[in-house]
Design a protein around this ligand. Sequence first.
Ligand SMILES: CSC[C@@H](O)[C@@H](O)C(=O)COP(=O)(O)O
Length: 357
Amino acid sequence: MIPTLEWLPTGVNFLDQTKLPLEETYVLATDYKQVATVIRDMIVRGAPAIGVSAAMGVAIGILRSEATTIPALNAEVVIICDTLAATRPTAVNLFWGIGKIRDLYNNLAASGTSIPEIKEAVVAEARLMYDEDIAACKQMGQFGADLLPKEGTVLTHCNAGALATCGYGSALGVIRAAIERGHKIDVFADETRPFLQGARLTAWELMKDNIPTTVLCDNMSAHLMSKGRIQAVIVGADRIAANGDTANKIGTYGVSILAKEHGIPFYVAAPWATIDLATATGEGIPIEQRAASEVTHSNGKQMTPHGVAIENPAFDVTPAKYITAIITERGVLRAPFHESIRQMAEMPEPERILAKA
Ligand SMILES: CSC[C@@H](O)[C@@H](O)C(=O)COP(=O)(O)O
């Protein structure tokens, strides 16, 4: 399995995704500030991977703290959480991951647990979240596999694979599971300008698994859909509002409209942690704006005239009406999504997914 990130005795080790596909190198983050930098600079990226990285960031911050009293540690934990929360705004998993460890810390600290025991517990929790993310991806694969065609081409946008999670992948996990069940699927990977997650990352990880993959420029899918060359679309998600509106990598919205126009099913695969019940509709999802240099330059080479104005929103929102189904590890959600999401949220919290497995 591709080691996207890993807890080591020395720190958190990240596969440097900015260097792929040409170099497979690693960055070891030994404190929470370095974890924050790794997330902000997209050395690790993809909502589920960001969530677990942030959890490990809080855990390593607490582990490395030299505070000797709970009040002193409380003050440090606030700074650790705020630092990690300021890295990237759109993927709700970031705030979920921070919140899980912060809540555990607060409960333990309030109940008189000793600092060494707190340290042990938060590290154990972050490591369990890592294992659970992989288990969730595999469960999504089981739920989603038969939604994909028995034979044909599936389009994906950005990278919602092993590299965007702790392993196996959300959207690419469903593709992997379908292939494991015998579906004869090949993949069209949108290149995904400007950061090229599709061209660099999706192509890299699918080729490693010998899954037939073709990279498309972002403006090619309409033509290929019109020729009957695409049978389904599946993407990941960075934040899903309570009504099913889904923020995902910039360009996803356009693909969803094209799919609807051509009568092609459009699936979203994401862990339950990506659903933001506190945000009613896509209107409320913050969209990260990234540096103009990602657009003006390619591989260090300037592509645009000096001084031209640049837009670089990193995500867009696909309205729920364009989504055929949302695949989570708790089950498959269908329209009306505000109903199906609410019903699933009201069901008793499942046992921890590893305990079930
Ligand atoms: C599995 S996360 C959803 C993805 O499709 C995609 O939007 C994504 O990888 C996140 O974007 P990124 O900016 O690369 O962190």
